[in-house]
Design a protein around this ligand. Structure first.
Ligand SMILES: O=C1O[C@H](COP(=O)(O)O)[C@@H](O)[C@H](O)[C@H]1O
Length: 249
């Protein structure tokens, strides 16, 4: 992957420590409850200020305990929109879809009343799904909740993918993404993903990370100058809200 790929909106591509805050917790329970508390505070603030709130959520394996904890928080969930940071090109109820993860973990308990916008729908083409995600993205997100894969991907921005440069440079909030040949994409190479352009608009930015190997990976991000190999760097360098990293072993 060439070195020259850069996020489009970044004047200064150095990952400034002033824009990144690292929160470490002793265990998964403390981590989940603190992250859920931080998200609840963001939602509450936007409900008070604007009368509505909107969260962009990642899938994968990491965030489930946070979403479960958040689902039990009493909020005016009927005024909250839940959308996805990225999705695998699967039917909306597929067990491996990010929509299913959000439904099974967050959209329970109090949070059942939230309004969910899955990206995929039976009969919807990939192009229609991307267009719909971009139309919904006109409403500013209260927060974008990101994850990070062991390969350094975030959202569905995969290292070494042929679509990466196009996604990083896109002026759309969401794009389709072909991650064929990227081991980190698993059995689901075709994706829809938030771009740095979309990320730049979120009022708050969180990165949820667990485990020692990912912590070592995180430590390497500020010194990595190759976003093509380390797309999570976009979370550090894209202008906008500071990046709040929440980590536990
Ligand atoms: O495929 C994906 O992976 C990332 C990271 O997932 P994890 O299982 O390592 O937590 C996730 O953030 C993204 O939403 C998902 O589509």
């Amino acid at each position: 992957m060439p070195n020259e790929i850069r996020p489009p909106l970044t004047d200064d591509d150095s990952a400034s420590p002033t824009r990144v805050k690292f929160h470490a917790y002793p265990d998964a329970d403390a981590w989940a409850s603190a992250c859920a508390g931080a998200l609840a505070a963001i939602v509450r603030r936007d409900l008070e200020r604007n009368g509505h709130a909107r969260l962009l959520l990642s899938g994968g394996t990491t965030p489930a305990p946070v979403y479960r904890a958040l689902s039990k928080t009493p909020l005016h969930w009927n005024k909250v929109d839940i959308a996805l940071v990225d999705e695998r090109w699967l039917q909306p109820d597929d067990a491996d879809s990010n929509a299913r993860l959000v439904r099974d973990t967050l959209l329970q308990n109090h949070a059942k009343a939230a309004h969910f916008e899955p990206m995929t729908r039976v009969g919807r083409t990939l192009e229609e799904a991307v267009a719909t995600a971009n139309a919904h993205a006109r409403r500013q997100a209260s927060a974008a909740v990101l994850g990070m894969g062991e390969d350094g991907h975030t959202a569905s921005l995969f290292p070494g993918a042929r679509d990466l440069a196009r996604a990083l440079a896109s002026h759309s909030d969401y794009v389709s993404f072909d991650a064929s040949g990227c081991p980190g994409a698993g059995a689901w190479p075709l994706r829809i993903t938030l771009t740095p352009q979309g990320l730049s608009k979120a009022r708050e930015r969180m990165l949820l990370v667990r485990g020692e190997s990912k912590r070592k990976l995180l430590d390497r991000v500020p010194d990595s100058d190759d976003i093509g190999r380390m797309p999570v760097r976009a979370a550090f360098t894209t202008p906008g809200a500071a990046l709040q990293i929440h980590w536990c072993p």
